[in-house]
Design a protein around this ligand. Structure first.
Ligand code: ATR
Length: 278
């Protein structure tokens, strides 16, 4: 094997459902890269050893998924600010001295997909409503605050979590009462569902869209199904919609570029490949 052959993969438990091998596999083929990206099922109790083995096995890096993102944050040698803010790592790069550097590309993936799909959201300079206050919400509110959104309303079923998040970030975040979440749409340029509600096997998010301005954008980070009940309702009202698949595709870019040395493009062909349609 030539020394320029590059290896990467995704560590998770379970990992069989991950679409990352399809995604990176498509890019490897498309750019003619000599390398491979594999799914690596690693039990939580084995994670540290598996991670430490990566440089020894010649891996250029890896992705990390459920349930290892917080453990990866603790175990890597260095983290960048995106990972530090979230306390979670989803992308690891092995440096030439064999140390591990951790990143979190979820926020970047979220924002790049929004900019690519509905750039008009930003022109409005209006409040944004974020549903949920878990790990995905942290990634989303961080990049929205960086993007200069003047007011980020966080509505969460467990109000104390929204309040804790708002206290941690300070302005422009504010905790919004869950029982009044629909009113939080008033005047907004964007609403983002960061919860699992609407995913296959989960109840739909109950959020009447009547108060949403006609030029507002509705973004659901769920991508199974691609059209959640929330996005279907938005489409019926003629609102711009953004689905969660693009976030997955965009968050993968930085890792691919670092491991394989090519800046990849997110487009319709990649989307089809990841959906298993090619
Ligand atoms: P993730 O890291 O994927 O965001 P998480 O930290 O478990 O996962 O957060 C899940 C989010 O979905 C939370 O905001 C959660 O609300 P609570 O903090 O009240 O648990 C939200 N969520 C999950 N199930 C929900 C439900 N049935 N109704 C409303 N919100 C729900």
């Amino acid at each position: 094997m030539s020394t320029s052959y590059r290896l990467s993969g995704v560590l998770g438990w379970p990992v069989g459902h991950s679409r990352s091998p399809l995604l990176h596999g498509h890019w490897l083929k498309r750019y003619g890269v000599a390398g491979a990206y594999v799914a690596l099922p690693v039990r939580p109790e084995d994670f540290e050893q598996a991670l430490r083995a990566l440089p020894l096995l010649g891996f250029a890096g890896c992705n990390v998924t459920v349930p290892h993102k917080e453990a990866a944050f603790r175990l890597v040698d260095r983290v960048d600010p995106s990972a530090a803010r979230l306390g979670a790592v989803n992308t690891i790069v092995v440096r030439p001295d064999r140390t591990l550097e951790g990143f979190n590309t979820d926020g970047e993936g979220f924002l790049r997909h929004l900019e690519a799909s509905a750039p008009e959201w930003r022109a409005a300079g209006r409040p944004v409503l974020v549903i949920g206050a878990g790990g995905a919400a942290r990634a989303v509110v961080g990049v929205l605050a960086d993007a200069g959104v003047p007011e980020i309303r966080v509505a969460n079923r467990t109000g104390a979590r929204a309040e804790a998040l708002a206290a941690e970030f300070g302005r422009p975040l504010m905790a919004w009462p869950w029982s009044h979440r629909a009113e939080g749409l008033a005047g907004s340029s964007l609403v983002v569902n960061t919860t699992q509600l609407g995913m296959d096997g989960w109840p739909a998010l109950d959020l009447p869209l009547d108060a949403m301005p006609a030029d507002g954008v509705v973004y659901d980070i769920v991508y199974t199904p691609l059209e959640t009940p929330l996005l279907a309702a938005a489409r019926r009202r003629g609102l711009a919609t953004v689905d969660g698949l693009g976030m997955l595709l965009h968050q993968a870019r930085a890792g691919f570029a670092a491991w394989f040395g090519v800046e990849p493009v997110v487009d319709e062909a990649l989307r089809r490949a990841v959906l298993g349609e090619e």
